[in-house]
Design a protein around this ligand. Structure first.
Ligand code: HEC
Ligand code: HEC
Length: 444
């Protein structure tokens, strides 16, 4: 069903042609049968050696009819499945201007302020060398410069970040998401979302920002290190916070009458993350009614994006269905073993396409370094070329097989993706943190 590059047909047209073939298949069969019989019948009158000729042409007619019937049927079937695949409502809209919070963690300025200081404070890590901001820094759009992160026992920032020597801490096995707009994770095409069950991580394994916030503290290579076990680390961190007078004061203001606890630590960080919004891209302005906000060629790129099938998975205001799909992204060879994603199926969650300008490299393991490489990867897999030895093409997501890309469309799509960047997010870094440790961890 691949169309020649020079005549890119859109889905509507393809459906049109298919419908003509399918609907009119019976008429076509009768017509062809008739055309095949006429010479055969004429031949009958002229020739005496009926048998072999007639057998042959009879057989030919029968095969042809059967083949046509089959084509008709299988096409009907593929049309049905294709219809089903394109079934989910695909639409786009601007991001909401305001954010919802869970019922048991309403947003307050006190919580957000406390959460911000905690986010930059390496006191939360076993060896006091890593903060959330180490891997989610505003200078990198709250994501990470590296393909896969270096947490514990690392030093330096951006391209200069590496492990101290000696080192026995592994790389974090995945590429760090941006924390920008994670307040909207799980948002659907109708702008519906539930902050209490918002999916987090490349495999959607944590639900809500509150639940996510304690995970990196417990992870050996991200923040915990070898000094504490997974069951000890949170108690250790809470004790440390209780010993800092400024934290006592700030927690008291954010959670009046309550103790400093792991639960409130998570709530404060989540409340801060809900302030990290980038919801005023040019695309948002366009969707809110300013037709001039994006250029004509970017509008064409948007049309291509929908036409070639990107929108089957990247849809809604975040450009993500938040569902797992198997694409077979190349492995990152810094890692000792293949990453099986969701329950070892090699599926990963569709990421947002917002703010890509700040968050290269791409994919769950940062194995593709720019958008061109991403689009070339899609072209490869849509032709059935396998880029990951653990994932054969039979396992590719059905939507992948529908993708149809040409080089021209690639550049248009890339220019459209640029309309989804919003550089106007909170870039203010605290001058100091209550523990007195280096702001953001060992990133100097
Ligand atoms: C050493 C680097 C590192 C540190 C430190 C770190 N993260 Fe992450 N973060 C990552 C990586 C890598 C992922 C993706 C992991 C995955 O999906 O399996 C991630 C994912 C996330 C996500 C999920 C976003 C989404 O869209 O699903 C959030 C939210 C987040 N981190 C917040 C935090 C917070 C809060 C802290 C501090 C308590 C923190 N991170 C510390 C590297 C880090
Ligand atoms: C079958 C669903 C599906 C389709 C169709 C699809 N994507 Fe994706 N996209 C994903 C998933 C899943 C990932 C993450 C894969 C991984 O990391 O293993 C992804 C990753 C990406 C990324 C990397 C983002 C980041 O932050 O790392 C970009 C960019 C992207 N897709 C753009 C596109 C474009 C453009 C198209 C159309 C040509 C497209 N996608 C079609 C599901 C899809």
């Amino acid at each position: 069903m691949r169309t020649p590059m020079a005549f890119p047909l859109n889905f509507m047209k393809i459906d049109g042609i298919r419908t003509i073939v399918v609907r009119n298949a019976p008429i076509l069969i009768i017509l062809i049968n008739f055309m095949a019989y006429v010479p055969g019948v004429l031949h009958l009158f002229r020739s005496s050696e009926l048998s072999t000729h007639m057998k042959k042409s009879g057989l030919y007619i029968l095969t042809l009819s059967l083949a046509l019937l089959l084509v008709g049927c299988s096409d009907k079937k593929s049309e049905k499945t294709a219809g089903k695949q394109r079934g989910p409502l695909i639409s786009f809209s601007a991001l909401p201007k305001t954010v919802r919070s869970p019922k048991d963690n309403p947003a307050t300025e006190e919580k957000a302020l406390l959460g911000k200081l905690l986010f930059y404070d390496p006191i939360l890590s076993g060896n006091k060398d890593v903060a959330c901001a180490t891997c989610h820094h505003p200078n990198n759009g709250y994501a990470e410069f590296l393909d896969i992160s270096i947490g514990v026992n690392g030093k330096g920032f951006g391209s200069k970040r590496g492990f101290n020597v000696p080192n026995d801490i592994p790389f974090v096995k995945r590429n760090a998401h941006s924390v920008l707009n994670t307040a909207f994770n799980g948002i659907g095409v109708q702008n519906d979302y539930d902050p209490e069950t918002a999916p987090m991580f490349w495999d959607d394994r944590a639900k809500s920002l509150e639940k996510q916030a304690l995970e990196p503290i417990k992870a050996l290579e991200e923040m915990r290190g070898r000094g504490f076990s997974e069951t000890e680390i949170l108690d250790e961190v809470i004790e440390r916070l209780q010993a800092v007078p400024e934290y006592q004061k700030l927690f008291g203001e954010a959670f009046p009458g309550e103790e400093i606890s792991a639960e409130n630590l998570a709530k404060a960080i989540a409340a801060f993350e809900r302030t990290l919004l980038a919801n005023n891209s040019r695309f948002d302005a366009y969707m809110r009614g300013d037709p001039e906000a994006i250029s004509i060629s970017e509008k064409e790129g948007f049309e291509q994006f929908k036409k070639v099938g990107c929108a089957n998975c990247h849809n809604g205001p975040m450009f993500s269905d938040y569902k797992p799909h198997v694409l077979g992204v190349p492995e990152n060879n810094k890692l000792p073993a293949p990453d099986g994603g969701v329950s070892d199926t090699f599926a990963f969650r569709t990421p947002t396409l917002r703010n890509l300008r700040f968050t290269a490299p791409y994919m769950h393991n940062g194995s593709l370094k720019d958008l061109r490489q991403v689009l070339e990867f899609y072209e490869d897999i849509s032709f059935g070329r396998e880029r990951n030895p653990s994932v054969s093409k039979q396992h590719f997501d059905p939507f992948v097989r529908e993708l149809q890309l040409s080089v021209k469309e690639m550049s248009q799509i890339i220019s459209f993706l640029n309309t989804l960047n919003d550089a106007d997010f909170d870039k203010e870094i605290p001058v100091s943190v209550p523990s007195g440790l280096p702001v953001g961890g060992h990133i100097q």
